[in-house]
Design a protein around this ligand. Sequence first.
Ligand code: AMP
Ligand code: MG
Length: 351
Amino acid sequence: MTTEVLKITGDPAENERVIEKAARIIRGGGLVAIPTETVYGLAGSALLETSAEKIYAAKGRPADNPLIVHVARPEEAEDFARPGPLYFRLAKRFMPGPLTVILEKTDRIPSTVTAGLGTVAVRCPSNPVARRLIEVSGHPIAAPSANRSGSPSPTAAEHVYADMNGRIEMIVDGGPCEIGLESTVVRPDGDDACTVLRPGAVTPEMLAEVCREVRIAPAVVEPSLAADGTPESPGMKYRHYAPKAEVVLINASHAKFLEYVREHASGKYGVMIPNEDAGYFGGGMMLLTGNRGDAKEASRRLFSLLRRADEAGLETIYAELPEPEGETLALYNRIIRAAGSKILTLGSGRT
Ligand code: AMP
Ligand code: MG
C-alpha cells in the first residue's frame, strides 16, 4: 500500500478537500493518521469491526488494548454509549479538549473496538482538523496513537510516516501537536467521583473543580503495578513509550543529577535537560526540554526527544525524575514507562 501524505495549509478550500478525501477513506473502512491536540491518531470508523482490526494490525497492537472513540460534539456519545450526569459536567468544562471519559457502551460499537469490554472510552478533540474530519465522515472515529506499538507516540507527521508508511492509506499533516502527551483518561465512579486511569493535560486538580472526589489509579504512579499488578485500564500493563536507548531516570536534586551524569556518562549518550543547562556538558547529545520549569514545553517535546535519541543511535539517555503531581504528573507517568520503571535515587532524592 502507498501512504499518501497531505498537508494542512493556509488555504481553507484546499484543506476541506483533504478532509473530504480522508473522510471517504474512513467511511470506506480504511485508515488515516490525523493530527489532534494531544498526539497523532490512527483513525478508522468506530462503527466498522474491520476498521478496528486493521488498526490493531497496522500498530502491531495487542487486541486486548481498547481504542478511544472520538466524536465531533460531546453529546454524540449518546449515539453509542450511556453517559451519566458527570460525563456532561466534565464535557462542559473540558470538551473539546484532552480528556477521555470511560462510559458504558451500547451494541452500536463493535466489541473489537473496546477489546470485548462493556465500556467505551470517549473523547472530543479540540484540534479543528480532527473535529471537522469526524463531522464530515459522519462516523464516530476510533483512534489510538498513530505509532507502532511500543514506540513513542507521534507528535509530528514525520513520526507517523516513520512508523506507518506502507501500512495505512493516508497521513494528514497538520504540523506539530500542541500538547504532545496523550489525553487524560478518567472513569466516573457514580455522579460525583472519578478515577484517573491515565494522566494527561487535564490534571487531577482541574478535575476536582467539577468532581468532589478525584482518585488516581495506583498504576499511574507505581511502576511495579503497571508491570505485574492488575491494571484498571488495559493499556497500563504494556511497556509503552519505549525508546531503543536505555533511559536512566534519576531521582536527585538538580545539582546532583548534573554532577552524576558528568561523572558517569560514557559511550553514545544523551541528557534531557532544560535549555539553561545546555552549556554544562562537554560531550553527549543535549536533549533540550525547554525553559526550566516549563512543564508544558517539556511535555510537548518528550516523545520527539525520545525519537531523536533513537535516530542518533544513542545507547543511554539520562533524565531527571519529574514530580509525580500537578502539571508534571503526566510527564512522570510517561517517563517511568520509557525507563522501563527503573529509577536511580541519589542522596535523599529530589529534595
Ligand atoms: P491510545 O489509544 O494509545 O491513546 O490508548 C488508549 C488508552 O485508553 C489505553 O491506555 C487504553 O487501555 C485506555 N482505554 C480505552 N478504552 C478503555 C476502557 N473501556 N476502559 C479503560 N481504559 C480504556
Ligand atoms: Mg498509544
